[in-house]
Each structure stands twice: as structure tokens, then as C-alpha cells.
Design a protein around this ligand. Structure first.
Ligand code: PHE
Length: 339
């Protein structure tokens, strides 16, 4: 009997020593100390041991149980400690890591312009509205006084997905959507991507616009000029002057192209402004009463002003970028210069 117990202890010691993880140690615990375990069987078998041997054998079996229990507990502690150390090693933060070498991103110049322009207008009480890039003909053209056969559609030809769906050519579409659903006063700016059939050094088939709309009682061309002058002074510098030139848009009457004094030469004439001292930055006008009426706003009571600028164009002027395509190439050397 003693012989058998010795063998059991020896075998258990060896197997506990060899086990590498918490699961296998748990299995050993069941195998030796569990209800149907080998030590438990020895204890149960005590009743068959002759009475005179009971005290000695009993002590021996108890000692075996204690030895194996202690070994298992010690191994378990060791393995748990090991697992904890491994976890901590994995989760540790290297506070000596030199962050200077990490590649840190920067905002795209167009994003910088959008943020700045929206900041200026929200500071003047405008709200920001968004709309879908795949737009209905109704909102992109018809409600803006551009019927199906209107020649001005030529300038803004686009991709059509069926009769009435198209890639929007101007974020004015968002203004039409808003006017139909909102009672004046309205004061909003709509940023977003638009699509046109142009491609050269200053035009891209996809570009971004920010358009603005104000509808209220007694809104005039004078308000438009004051508003845009303040805007230009905040965007460029406080000496910036604004000039209006007559133009044509179907949705505004009168319509104007808006120039600002060149922020590089302050109006003297340089390479950037092609010697004129002025740079065109946007189109604008007084909202055509026809547009108000077709959007359900009474044009005898209300009037409006609208303007639209190209984000890439502003970025090119502000940062002296000679070709619009540079903005879309995403050359990291170019982008990094905006950090
Ligand atoms: N929607 C015009 C364009 O994309 C810009 C514009 C907006 C002009 C509002 C006048 C008024 O060219």
C-alpha cells in the first residue's frame, strides 16, 4: 500500500511539474483530488485496511493528499503569475518611444478652407445644411428657374441616372430643398461636392462648393455687398475690398461675379492676379422672384440673396497653388506642407 502511494506521489509530482497551462493543472486536480480522483479513492479504500494498520496508512494517505494539493496550488500560482506578466508585457506603454518619427497626418487644404468659411458664416448666424450628391432634376435645375430645355444647362452638363436623377452640379440644390420645407427667415450655407464636364488647370470634373442663401423681408443687393465684403475681409485680411461685375445666373436677378483685391499685391497688380489687382472669387445675386415663388415663398413679401464659391479656387488663391489637379493628387510632400 505504501509502495503504491509513493508511486502515486512520484507520478503526480512529475506531471504537475510538466504542465504548462492552467487548464492542464485543473485536469490534474480533478484526476487526483476530484470526487472520482485517485487520492479520494485511497481515502475511500481506508475502510478495507486492517484496523491495526489504519493509523499509519491513514497518516500516509493524508500526507499524500496534502503534498499533491500543495504542489497543485503552487503550480497554479506560478502559471497565473506567468499569464499576468505576459499580459502586462503586451499592454505596456513604451514611454521612451520617440513620437517625432511617427507619421502624423495633416488636414487637406480644401478641408482647411471649408472649416474656415463655415466658421465665418456660422459666426454670422448662418446654419449649415447638407443634401445628397445624387440629386433630383427638380432641385438641381427646375426649381432654380432652369427648365428642361434651358440653354444654361449646357454649362452644367452632368451624368444622369434615368430621367430625373443626376450628379448635382451645384449645391444650390440644397437651397431649393430648404426653401420648399422652411418658412423665412432663412440663413444657411451648404457645403458639398458637385460635378461638371470641365477639366483643365483651374477646373476639375468634381469640385467642392459652399453656397449661401438668405431669405427675409427687405433683403437687397446692398446687404449682399456688405455681407460678402465682411466675409472677404475675414477670409483674406481686413484691407480687402470687394467689387461686383454684372453677370448672369438663371436663379438670381441681378446676378454678379464678385472680385476681391489681390491679397498678395493689395491691388497693385502681380503674377497671381495677372496684373489686374483683382481676383474673382464667387458668383452671387439677388434671388430671382420666380425661384422664391416656385419654392412656395411669396415673392411680394420676401426677397433673398445667394452666393456660391468654389472651395478649390479659394484654396488655390489663399495658398498660391497654380494647378487645381495638385489638390487631388494627394502627394504626401504637398499635403505635409499644410501641417
Ligand atoms: N450656383 C452657381 C454656380 O455653381 C453659383 C451661384 C450661387 C451664383 C448662388 C449665384 C448665386 O456657378
Amino acid at each position: 500500500m505504501k509502495e503504491k502511494i509513493n508511486q502515486l506521489i512520484e507520478q503526480a509530482t512529475q506531471r504537475i511539474k510538466e504542465s504548462q497551462d492552467v487548464n492542464s493543472i485543473n485536469d490534474l486536480k480533478v484526476q487526483y483530488l476530484g470526487k472520482a480522483g485517485e487520492i479520494t479513492a485511497l481515502l475511500k479504500g481506508m475502510k478495507d485496511v486492517p484496523n491495526e494498520q489504519k493509523p499509519e496508512i491513514g497518516k500516509y494517505v493524508n500526507k499524500a493528499r496534502d503534498t499533491i494539493t500543495d504542489l497543485i496550488q503552487a503550480k497554479m500560482n506560478e502559471l497565473q503569475q506567468k499569464a499576468m506578466n505576459a499580459k502586462m508585457m503586451k499592454e505596456q506603454i513604451d514611454i521612451t518611444y520617440d513620437e517625432k518619427d511617427a507619421t502624423r497626418g495633416s488636414l487637406h487644404p480644401c478641408t482647411l478652407v471649408i472649416d474656415e468659411v463655415l466658421d465665418i458664416f456660422t459666426g454670422m448666424g448662418f446654419t449649415v445644411a447638407n443634401g445628397p450628391e445624387i440629386e433630383m432634376d427638380k432641385f438641381n435645375f427646375q426649381l432654380l428657374n432652369i427648365p428642361k430645355d434651358h440653354p444654361s444647362r449646357d454649362m452644367q452638363d452632368t451624368f444622369y441616372a434615368g430621367e430625373d436623377l443626376l450628379l448635382r452640379t451645384q449645391t444650390s440644390a440644397v437651397q431649393a430643398r430648404t426653401m420648399i420645407n422652411t418658412k423665412p427667415p432663412i440663413k444657411l450655407v451648404c457645403p458639398g461636392k458637385v460635378y461638371r464636364p470641365d477639366y483643365d488647370a483651374t477646373h476639375s470634373p468634381m469640385f467642392q462648393q459652399i453656397e449661401g442663401l438668405v431669405v427675409d423681408k427687405h433683403v437687397t443687393l446692398c446687404d449682399l455687398k456688405g455681407l460678402l465684403e465682411l466675409f472677404a475681409q475675414k477670409l483674406f485680411n481686413e484691407k480687402t475690398k470687394v467689387r461686383f461685375r454684372p453677370s448672369y445666373f438663371p436663379f438670381t436677378e441681378p446676378s454678379v461675379e464678385v472680385d476681391v483685391t489681390c491679397s498678395v499685391c493689395h491691388g497693385v497688380g502681380c503674377r497671381i492676379c495677372k496684373g489686374t489687382g483683382w481676383i474673382e472669387i464667387l458668383g452671387a445675386g439677388v434671388v430671382n422672384p420666380k425661384v422664391l415663388d416656385s419654392c412656395g415663398i411669396d415673392s411680394t413679401k420676401y426677397s433673398g440673396l445667394a452666393f456660391g464659391l468654389g472651395v478649390e479656387r479659394i484654396a488655390m488663391i489663399k495658398y498660391g497653388i497654380p494647378d487645381i489637379r495638385i489638390l487631388f493628387e494627394n502627394d504626401s510632400r504637398f499635403l505635409k506642407s499644410f501641417k
